[in-house]
Design a binder for this molecule. Structure first.
Ligand code: B4P
Length: 193
């Protein structure tokens, strides 16, 4: 199985590139952000709890997102592979993901880590906030809080996979197409090896 993690700070292009990568490689897209937003849209108790935290730029509890990913893995027994987008975001989530994949006799193939400057992230998210209706995108304070959560809790997830030599860094600035070509090149190199 080809199991990829697309990693990077909020606004680095994870959602944007995921759409293209799943089509090219026939992977199942698992975005915890999308899963949480659909819980919010359906007004479930989980969604209401998540909205409160997301609106402040904070991460939702590990057990909530791990449970969602576990169900999604079980719901797709015949997938060729998975693209994890926005997950794992903490060391606890990374360890849980490894255990869940081990139960399926598989594991993470590689983490693609996209690097983008903070000012570019803020500009992209404020721009998306003008049209997306996402309440976490239209306030600069909330965007900066999300970036701070990334530095405090999420950046260390790359260290976890670095121990297993599974991290590849990719420049996340430039055109969407150029970044996609670079990500594809890294995946193809690994798959051919
Ligand atoms: P997510 O839904 O994961 O979203 P994100 O990090 O804000 O954005 P993403 O990185 O996917 O956006 P993209 O760059 O594609 O998380 C939202 C919230 O959910 C979190 O803050 C947290 O509260 C919660 N959550 C989710 N997962 C969680 C977890 N595992 N644990 C705990 N909490 C969790 O797009 C950004 C903009 O940039 C777009 O407008 C796009 O068009 C633009 N863009 C993309 N590429 C570009 C390029 N090359 N040049 C210019 N603009 C570009």
């Amino acid at each position: 199985m080809l199991n990829l993690i697309l990693f990077g700070p909020p606004g680095s292009g994870k959602g944007t590139q995921s759409e293209k990568l799943i089509n090219k490689y026939g992977l199942k897209h698992l975005s915890t952000g999308d899963l949480l937003r659909s819980e919010i849209a359906e007004r479930t108790p989980l969604g209401l709890e998540a909205k409160n935290l997301m609106d402040k730029g904070q991460l939702v509890p590990d057990e909530v997102v791990i449970g969602m990913i576990s169900s999604a893995l079980d719901a797709n027994p015949n997938a060729k592979g998975f693209l994890f987008d926005g997950f794992p975001r903490t060391a606890t989530q990374a360890e849980a993901l490894d255990k869940l994949l081990e139960l399926k006799n598989t594991g993470i193939t590689m983490m693609l880590a996209m690097e983008v400057s903070e000012e570019e992230l803020v500009n992209r998210l404020l721009k998306r906030g003008m049209t997306s209706g996402r309440s976490d995108d239209n306030n600069e304070g909330v965007i900066r809080a999300r970036i701070a959560e990334y530095h405090n809790k999420t950046a260390a997830v790359a260290d976890y996979y670095r121990k297993f030599d599974k991290v590849v860094k990719v420049k996340g600035e430039g055109s969407v197409e150029d970044i996609f070509n670079e990500l594809s090149r890294e995946i193809d190199t690994l798959v051919a090896a």
